[in-house]
Design a protein around this ligand. Sequence first.
Ligand code: NAD
Length: 436
Amino acid sequence: MSIAASPSVPVTTGSTAVPPNTTATSGHLDFSQLTDQQFMVAADHMGLEQEIQVILRSPYRELVVQIPVRMDDGQLAVFYGYRVQHNGVRGPYKGGIRYHPEVNLNEVRSLAALMTWKTALVDVPFGGAKGGVTCDPHRMSRQELQAMTRGFAQKIDMALGVYRDIPAPDVNTNAQIMAWIMDEYGKKHGYTPAIVTGKPLNLGGSLGREEATGRGTMIITREAWREMGGDLRGATVAIQGFGNVGSWAARLFHECGAKVQAVSDVNGGVFADAGLDLDRLTEHCKQTGSVVGFDGTRAIDNGELLSLDVDILIPAAMGGAITKANVEQVNARLVVEAANSPVTPEADEILERRGVTVVPDILANAGGVTVSYFEWVQNLQQFHWSLEKVNTELEQRMVAAWQRVYQRHQDDNITLRTAAYVEAIDKVAAATRLRF
Ligand code: NAD
C-alpha cells in the first residue's frame, strides 16, 4: 500500500468545488489517443470491419460523479470520480480504481480499453472497465479516505454488480479500500464479496492476489527472456516503481536468481551493483515510506534508473515514463511494461528500430486480473483455493497467453504489442459479431 495517512497535512486537492476534469490529460500525454492508436494499428493489420471498429473504439458507458466529503478540518471538499465501462461483450466489466491527482476521464477511458484487451488476451470471461478519483491520497487521513471511498462507492453503485461491473485495486488503492467498497455495497445489496476483487483475505480475498500482477510480470519476462536466449538466473534488472507491482516483481525476480540492481519510487531510486537485498529494502520501505536512503546503495533518480546498463528494464509505476525525450537513454535489451502505458508510441517505434524488445502492458501486467478472476470464482462458489492452485493456474494462463502472442508475432511478422492486440481484438470482435 502506498497511502501514507497524514491527518495533520492540510488537504488542498478537491477542497474547492472545481468542475470535473473530463478533457485534460496527464502531463502532455493523451492516453486515450495512445490506446486508440495501438488499437488501430492492430485493426488495420487484421482488416477489422468498420462497424466492429466503431463499437470497439469507444466506451459503452461513462460515469462522472461528484463526491462531497467533510474533511477533518471541517471544510467541505468536493472530489470527482469516474467509472468507464469500455466493453462487456465477453462478460462483466472489470478493472481497477486509481486515486491520483492526475486522474481524469481521458486517462480512465484509456485504462478501461486496456482492460478489455487484457481480459480477452488471458481469456478470462470479463469485459473492461476502469475507475478513478482525482485526489491526492498521500495528503488525506485514513478517515477522509474512507469517507471519500464510501461516497464514490455510493455514487457508482448503479453501475456495479457481481455480473455487471467488479472493481479492483490500482495505483494508490489497496485491499482496505476494496473492503470499504464491499461494505458500502453490502449495506444496500447484502453480503456480496464478489463485488470487488483484491479484498483482504479475511473478507474473502484470494491467496496470491496481492502478488499476482508482479508474478505475472515475472512469468512473462522469464518467457520473453528465454526466447531471447537468456535465463533469469544472473540477469540484471532495474524496476521503476516499488508499490504493489514493482515490489512483488522485484522479490519474485530475486527468487528466480535475477540480480535486481535498481528500484525507484516517486521520491527517487537506489542502485547496488551486486544486487539489492530485497527483504531489508522492503523493511526499510515499511519504516520510511520510500526506497530512498537504503544503506549500502548509491542514490539515483528516476531518469538514471531508466538509462542503467541492465538486461531487463521494468517500468512499474505510471504511464508515459519512456517517451521520445528519454528513450535514447534506455540501455536494456528487454523492456517489460508492468505499468499501464509506460512507453509512448513514439518511444515504442524508436525501441523497435534499435532492436529493443518491448513486451506490452496488456500481456505483462495481466496476472492481476487473472487472479482477480480466480477470486471472483471462489467468491461465487463460497470456496477457497490453495496458494499452490492459484499460482499453478496463473502460470498456465500466462504462459499460454505468451505463447499465443509470440506465435502471432512470428507468423505475422508484427511487434509483440500488435500481436497481443490482434489476439485480444479477435476474441472481442468474435463475441461482438455474435451479439449484433
Ligand atoms: P502502487 O500505488 O502500489 O505503486 C506505485 C509506485 O509507483 C509507487 O512506488 C510510487 O512511489 C511509484 N511512482 C508513482 N509515481 C512515480 C513517478 N512519477 N516516478 C517513479 N515512480 C513513481 O501502484 P501499483 O498497483 O503497483 O501500480 C503500478 C502500475 O501497474 C500502474 O501503472 C498500474 O496501473 C499498473 N497495474 C497494477 C495492477 C495491480 O494489480 N495493482 C494491475 C495491472 C496494472
